[in-house]
Each structure stands twice: as C-alpha cells, then as structure tokens.
Design a protein around this ligand. Structure first.
Ligand SMILES: Cc1cc2nc3c(=O)[nH]c(=O)nc-3n(C[C@H](O)[C@H](O)[C@H](O)COP(=O)(O)OP(=O)(O)OC[C@H]3O[C@@H](n4cnc5c(N)ncnc54)[C@H](O)[C@@H]3O)c2cc1C
Length: 419
C-alpha cells in the first residue's frame, strides 16, 4: 500500500515500480478495487472536508471522506446527500469511481450527476480540473471509471435540502412479480423506492416480496449519529452450510410474513432506512469461510417482466443459496459516466453463498440472459464477468480505454480488457 496523505504533496507515481490503483474503504464486492501484483494507493488519509457553503448546499472534500462523515456535517444543517448506497462506510472517491446509485435513482439519477467538479492527478504528475464543461471527456471517464483514469484529489458535490432527519416509510407486501409492477407504477410519487424479493420462491409466488417507499420528513428528536459504529458484530465465521436453502427458505418466509397487515406506515430515523446492513458489523462472516458473491444486473423493463422474470426464474430453480435480493426500477436519467452501470430498466441484486463452479455456472447463465436482453452487470459487485460480456455491457469501453492512465490498472481491468 502506498499511503496518500496530503493532496498538496501526493506521491510521485512514476517512481512506484508497479501499476497503481486507488483504494478507499474497500466496500466494492469484487476485484475492481484490487490490483493483484500491483500497488494500491491508500487514500484513507485524504479525509478532510475542505469547504461547505451551507446557503447553496455545495460541499468540497477530499476523496477519502466517508459518506458517514458528510452526513454528520450536513444533516443537522438541513442538507442531505443526493444519492446514497446501502452502506454509509463508502468514500466520496469510491462513490464517484463506481458512479453509485440509490433508492432514488428514478428521481435523482446517479452520484456522478451531482458532482460539479473534481481534481484528477495523472501518473505524469499533471493535475486537471474536470467537470461536465472542462476536460469533459476525462470527467465522463472518471465518473464510473473504476479508479483507472488517475487519482481524484478532491471533489465538489451539490447537496439537496431536507425538512428533517426522518423518513416517512411504507412497507407493502406483494404476492408475485405482477404485484411488484403494480406498486412500482407509483414510483414517481415517492423519493425512495426499493423492494426486497424472496429469490427462493418460484411458480406462482415468483418475485414475491416487500416493497418499501419513503420520503424525507421531520423527526421528533435527533437521528442517531451516522458516525456511530454498529452495536452488534458478527464475532466469527459462521459454520459452513449454516446459510443453506432450508434456513434461507425459513428466513424468507418469516421476513415475508413479518408484517401482519399488507401495508405498514411508520416514521423512522434515516440511518436504518438507508443502511440496514450497517446494523451488524462484519455481517459478511454470516456466509462462512467460503464467502459469497453478489450479482447485480440491469435489464430492460419489458411488458410482463420478460428478462427479469427469466433471471428470477433461473435463480429460483438453480438450487443455489440465494439470500438477500433487492429489486428496483431505474429511472431514465442518463448516467454521467462512460462506464456507468445504471440505465433505464429493472435492477436486481442478489447474494449467493459461494459453492464453487456451480455458483459460477449459474452466474454465467444469468450473464447470458442479461447479454441477450441488452442489459449490464455492475462492475462494483463483480469478480468473474468475461471480457466478451464486459464489451457487450459497456458499449463505450473503447473510448474509455483510450483515457485510462497507462500507470493505472486493477485485477478487474486486466480480466475484462483483453484483446
Ligand atoms: C452493504 C453494501 C451496500 C451497497 N449498496 C450499494 C448501492 O445501493 N448502490 C451502489 O451503487 N453501490 C452499493 N454498494 C457498493 C459501493 O457503494 C461501491 O462499491 C463503492 O464504490 C465503494 O466505495 P469505497 O469507498 O469502499 O471504494 P473502494 O471499494 O475502495 O474502491 C472503489 C473504486 O473507487 C476507486 N477509487 C477510490 N478512491 C479513489 C480516488 N481517490 N480516485 C480515483 N478512484 C478512486 C477505486 O480504485 C475502485 O475502483 C454497496 C456496498 C456494500 C458493502
């Protein structure tokens, strides 16, 4: 690891013998934040807030600042991040480099759409201001650029106003995929929408789940500090086989039935609404020593569900341990980056306990459905997509590869960028 501590005195990258890749919080699931055989630039020390205009809602900060740090500063002042992922332990640099999306994609688009400008250092030592109007090609390559275009030294974000730190939330149970489509038809009425789906249910229950929608509201009292660590921690690796189809089926059934009424309304502080998994530190150990793979795809939204129905059907019949699944309809806003994953359609994210070649074969099959439908798989969650799939999923890959810094590389990039 090469530490990067001062943005005024970054390391001379041409003196590092190997290829380099920025590394922030390591919350990407796959190998896009890894550089096997090369060096990682540890940006955790670049964690300073630089300037905050609390009238205009413009924040400038270093890239190692976490979203938790930003929320701790801005929420008490009536501002909020325009896009949030499912964990707050993600850096601003990482959020830009994966052009992350959240539960409000249908209204706000991706994180990159709210980045007004950033400073990028190339391995030559050259420092460039990039924005939608200045060095715009490099800006479009860096947003969603998987850390391959250079090192972001600082970024400026446009925030949004909120009435308070609460979320008025509704959870609505739906019996099948058509039930999801009926509820998602009202997406535009709410700021945040997402559904949990029982991936093990097949047949007439295929796609059943719980749809959650929420809007900002005031809260009686303060929301818990986003900087507070989880009270619960998974203290050891779960024994192999603990999460099997039987235990997951029982869990899913309980979760699906947990609310007696079809719809439950509540007001909750914003952290548990956005970051349910942050409540249990080291939750990944639940999968045992074999670990897990997350798979996230987006496919066009066809009448009757076409490709998403095919994906869910293949998963439910697979015999694999598919646990958490999240389904959401993306909006039409164009993504800011050349390699941004979000595009109009339905996105599904599923965790699979890793069972070797059987799991890999299933995911390859799913890639086939996604390729045929004209969709994409999310690089931030990937450790195995083929070079051929990558080229199909990201049509701007050639223009992007011309803007990659020659000194920068990653395990993901070497896998997918083959002649
Ligand atoms: C529980 C959980 C929930 C999640 N939910 C979502 C979600 O809802 N939506 C979503 O889109 N993603 C989600 N993610 C994925 C996560 O948001 C992304 O992987 C994010 O990019 C991780 O940021 P990081 O700070 O951990 O960066 P890392 O994983 O360390 O790095 C990510 C990328 O950013 C690059 N990078 C980091 N810093 C810099 C820099 N200074 N300059 C240039 N490049 C840089 C790295 O090279 C790498 O390519 C989730 C992840 C978890 C664990």
């Amino acid at each position: 690891m090469v530490p990067v501590v001062w943005r005024s005195e970054p390391p001379a990258l041409d003196r590092v013998p190997e290829t380099v890749l920025p590394f922030a919080c390591g919350r990407s699931y796959g190998d896009s934040c890894l550089n096997d055989g090369g060096a990682l630039l540890d940006v955790a020390g670049l964690d300073r807030l630089i300037a905050f205009d609390s009238d205009q809602g413009i924040l400038r900060c270093e890239p190692g600042v976490t979203l938790a740090q930003v929320l701790a500063l801005i929420v008490p002042r009536g501002w909020f991040l325009p896009v949030l992922p499912g964990t707050r332990w993600v850096s601003v640099g990482g959020a830009i480099a994966n052009d992350i999306h959240g539960k409000n994609h249908h209204r706000a688009g991706t994180f990159g759409a709210h980045v007004t400008r950033l400073e990028l250092m190339r391995s030559s030592g050259e420092r460039l201001l990039c924005s939608p109007s200045e060095n715009s090609a490099l800006f479009r390559a860096t947003v969603g650029g998987l850390g391959l275009t250079g090192l972001i030294l600082w970024a400026e974000l446009r925030l949004k106003r909120i009435p308070g730190s609460g979320i008025a939330m509704q959870s609505v149970r739906f019996p099948d995929l058509n039930g999801f489509f009926d509820l998602a038809a009202t997406d535009a009425d709410h700021e945040y929408t997402v559904a949990w789906v029982d991936c093990l249910a097949g047949g007439r229950r295929l796609g059943r789940g719980i749809y959650m929608r929420g809007d900002h509201t005031s809260l009686a009292g303060d929301a818990p500090s986003p900087l507070r660590e989880a009270r619960l921690r998974m203290p050891f690796d779960a024994p192999p086989g603990l999460l099997n189809r039987l235990t997951l089926r029982a869990f899913n059934q309980l979760y699906y039935r947990r609310q007696l009424r079809r719809q439950v309304d509540s007001v909750v502080p914003y952290p548990p609404f956005f970051f349910p998994l942050d409540g249990l530190a080291d939750w990944t150990r639940l999968y045992g020593p074999q670990g897990f793979l997350q798979y996230q795809c987006v496919v066009p939204d066809e009448p009757g569900g076409g490709p998403i129905r095919a994906v869910l059907d293949r998963v439910s019949r697979s015999g694999e341990t598919a646990s958490l699944a999240v389904l959401k309809r993306f909006g039409d806003a164009p993504s800011a980056g050349m390699l941004s994953f979000p595009r109009p359609g339905l996105t599904l994210a599923v965790d699979f306990g890793f069972r070797g070649h059987r799991t890999l074969e299933l995911l390859e099959d799913l890639d086939g459905i996604v390729r045929q439908a004209g969709g994409a798989v999310y690089p931030a969650k990937d450790a195995r997509m083929s070079a051929a799939s990558f080229r199909r999923f990201f049509p701007e890959h050639e223009a992007f590869s011309r803007l990659v810094d020659p000194k920068f590389s990653s395990s993901f990039w070497r896998r997918v960028h083959q002649p």
